[in-house]
Write a new protein. Structure first.
Length: 358
């Protein structure tokens, strides 16, 4: 972008009240992405070695739950100081990330062992979610906020599963994600923090429906709270979030829900949600795609498409559903898509093509 274009854009943002002050200096451009990626990997390796050092040199920390919690909180406080002082240094940011990750492991280990929680205690996972959410707001680092929001979302999802509310964490995350991204104009001045949290919630939303997380999320023997109806209620609520997002987008562009365009958009969302009720990952991925489209966020759209393709691969190899049921779901989905294509062709004809030609 040229200097004149940057100045014009900054002037429009200032007039809208989204930014203030002078035009930022871009002379100190960030490091190339591959350098930051290498330092990010180094940060995770550093966290592992830091834990090994504490385990070998300070073994008493892991033998004493209170000491583990105190040292863990001290590490998180040290990471806060590192992020505040060395915010312009890539190496300092990655070292702060390593220190914080090590501190989180020590604190949660001490909490789990000291309070006597078992591996399937919903109270423990709710506590983890609160702790990670607090870190997401306090520690000013983009990658750390993404990680903390992801960890908080996964923890609250698993806690709801342990309470018998199977899959309701996905609904809660979808609702929170929609509420966050659809109000981007309000938090745009604080976008450095909220945007990272939004990306973390998007990752947490698709994580429970991935192949990697299947064992973790579905290994509990806690029965569904409302029996078989639990899964149908969850599906309806998830479709409701998708419809809500579409309604908000229609309102944003002054399209009445009762109009032809509004009715077509709503019916499409409802039909897709209904035919994919046995494959909730599709609905969750579509919510991410719709929100990315609404905000003009190519990264969010790309992530949603990747999540959708990943879930389709996972669904194909899922052993909890018979091949007959998979075939029925895919066949009904295909017929529904063909039906919607035919309906829109009848409603709009070749108007879009003629508009492009004109």
């Amino acid at each position: 972008m040229s200097d004149a274009a940057r100045a014009d854009l900054w002037g429009r943002l200032t007039a809208a009240g989204l930014v203030k002050g002078e035009l930022p200096d871009t002379s100190g451009s960030p490091s190339p992405w591959y350098v930051r990626l290498m330092l990010g990997v180094a940060g995770w390796i550093g966290a592992i070695f830091l834990l090994l050092f504490v385990g070998a040199g300070l073994a008493f920390v892991f033998r004493n739950e209170a000491a583990a919690m105190v040292v863990g909180l001290m590490c998180c406080a040290g990471a806060y100081a590192i992020f505040a002082v060395g915010s312009r240094s890539e190496l300092a940011r990655q070292f702060g990330l390593a220190v914080s990750l090590a501190g989180q492991v020590m604190f949660l280990y001490g909490l789990h062992e000291g309070a006597g929680f078992d591996s399937e205690s919903p109270v423990f996972f709710v506590t983890v979610a609160v702790f990670e959410a607090a870190l997401a707001f306090v520690l000013a680092n983009f990658v750390h906020r993404v990680w903390s929001a992801l960890a908080a979302g996964i923890a609250i999802t698993y806690a709801l599963n342990l309470l018998g509310l199977w899959g309701y964490g996905v609904v809660a995350l979808a609702a929170g994600l929609a509420a966050l991204w659809l109000t981007e104009d309000e938090w745009a001045p604080r976008g450095a923090s909220w945007r990272a949290i939004g990306y973390g919630l998007a990752c947490a939303l698709v994580q429970p429906t991935s192949y990697v997380a299947t064992w973790f999320f579905w290994r509990s023997e806690v029965p569904p709270l409302f029996g078989a109806a639990t899964f149908y209620i969850k599906a309806v609520l998830l479709v409701g979030v998708l419809v809500y997002a579409v309604l908000r987008i229609l309102t944003r562009y002054d399209v009445a829900p009762s109009s032809r365009d509004g009715a077509a958009a709503l019916m499409t969302a409802i039909v897709i949600g209904a035919v994919t009720s046995r494959a909730p990952g599709i609905t969750a991925s579509l919510i991410v795609i719709v929100l990315g489209f609404a905000r003009g966020n190519r990264g969010l759209v790309g992530f949603g498409i990747l999540a959708l393709l990943s879930y389709l691969s996972y669904f194909y190899y899922l052993l909890g559903i018979t091949l007959l049921m998979k075939s029925i779901v895919l066949a009904v989905t295909g017929l529904a898509l063909i039906g919607m294509w035919a309906a829109m062709r009848a409603m709009y004809g070749d108007a879009a093509r003629e508009t492009v030609r004109a």
